[in-house]
Design a protein around this ligand. Structure first.
Ligand SMILES: [Zn+2]
Length: 385
């Protein structure tokens, strides 16, 4: 499995100048590729090479040719995603980067874990730079490296390196954990864990109203402020999703199966959840991100992640199986109209999610195709960043 780790570079003052100049030229190469590709309507990396390589090479003679090629690959990606947005009917201008992190590969850098140095191509010549491994990712140090991005954050140089680590040898167990992703309570598992923080919803709500206020104002400074708030919101959600994913995976034993609801078409869910005030989060908060984080962390623990159809999980009685809209909760409690079973509503949903998985496995083992409630095996995740 692939993991992203950060190496903190400690360059000499002269090396720091070279790092900066390399980053500047790389960004320049990226922007030139984007400009030429954009004007010609080209987003294919190979076509972009034929179109622009020699022009860029000539204008930036001191930049390593391999770095020019990775700049081209990044530019092709940027053009492609901008074109994709345009197809969706969005108005997008030509992408431009103020600081595009140079992408290194096996031809342009070499990590020596023993001496904690990295030899990398910079303007002028190859340099050997010392690095330190932060404690939190030290257990991934020493493994074979793939690509790396050179990043400057607040004056500190980092190398974000993708390493290939052996997957843990864990026998799959019979344990199945259903997870209900909710609003007031971010996650509830079928083994009775209440995860995440309720206060997240309040923070999200405050940011929502702030954004709306700024959008209405519409002045130049309000727009600037709005951009900042958007960034803050994205970082906040990302942090929450990291914490939540970690807690979800820790709630499962190694080798267990974690069952999520497939909320990719998330609007369906807002019909189930009647709370109009909280349905805001449902529309805007990315399920894909939290799912990706869960998969990433589950892989390390030898757990499998699957997703099931979310329909009726909140309206079904996890005790007798009765499905009815008016089974629904009052003040977060689920009460069954038929058998009288009573439980925390999200916990009831989590149990139904686990049961859905059990049912589809039983159908599969019986040789039948699971037509109504397919198990969707989730894809193998790559590095997080
Ligand atoms: Zn019941």
């Amino acid at each position: 499995m692939q993991r992203a780790i950060r190496l903190k570079l400690t360059p000499s003052p002269a090396q720091a100048v070279s790092l900066k100049e390399t980053s500047r030229l790389f960004t320049e190469a990226f922007n030139q590729f984007v400009r030429l590709g954009w004007d010609a309507g080209v987003s294919n990396a190979t076509k972009l090479h034929y179109l622009a390589y020699y022009a860029v090479r000539e204008s930036l003679p001191t930049l390593n040719s391999n770095l020019i090629n990775t700049a081209r690959a990044k530019a092709a990606e940027a053009i492609k995603s901008a074109f994709a947005l345009r197809v969706q009917g969005r108005t997008v201008g030509r992408p431009m980067s103020g600081a595009c992190p140079p992408r290194y590969n096996l031809h342009t850098y070499k990590v020596d874990w023993e001496s904690q140095t990295v030899r990398m191509s910079l303007v002028g010549e190859r340099q050997t730079i010392r690095f330190a491994v932060p404690a939190y990712c030290a257990h991934y140090a020493g493994y074979p490296v793939d690509t790396a991005d050179l990043i400057n954050r607040d004056g500190v140089w980092w190398l974000h390196v993708v390493v290939t680590v052996p997957a843990p040898v864990v026998e799959p167990t019979d344990e199945v954990i259903g997870v209900d992703l909710g609003l007031a309570q971010p996650a509830v598992t079928s083994n009775n864990r209440f995860l995440g923080k309720r206060v997240w919803k309040d923070v999200e709500g405050r940011l929502f109203f702030l954004k709306r206020k700024l959008q209405r104002k519409g002045t130049k400074s309000a727009k600037r402020h709005l951009r900042k708030v958007r960034g803050k919101q994205a970082r906040f959600r990302r942090d929450c999703d990291h914490v939540l994913a970690k807690q979800i995976v820790q709630a499962a034993e190694p080798g267990a199966t974690i069952v999520l609801e497939n909320l990719t078409d998330i609007r369906k869910r807002s019909k189930i959840r009647k709370h109009t005030k909280t349905s805001r989060r449902v529309h805007s908060w990315s399920f894909a991100q939290v799912k990706g984080f869960v998969e990433y962390k589950a892989e390390e623990r030898g757990c499998t992640v699957v997703a099931v159809d979310p329909r009726h999980t909140s309206q079904t009685c996890s005790c007798c199986g009765h499905v009815a809209r008016n089974n629904r909760r009052s003040r977060g409690r689920f009460v069954c109209r038929v058998c009288g079973f009573e439980l925390h509503a999200d916990l009831n949903a989590a149990r139904n999610i686990a049961a859905k998985y059990h049912a589809s496995v039983a159908r599969r083992d019986a040789g039948g195709l699971s037509v109504n409630q397919p198990i969707v095996p989730t894809s193998t995740p790559l590095a997080l960043e």
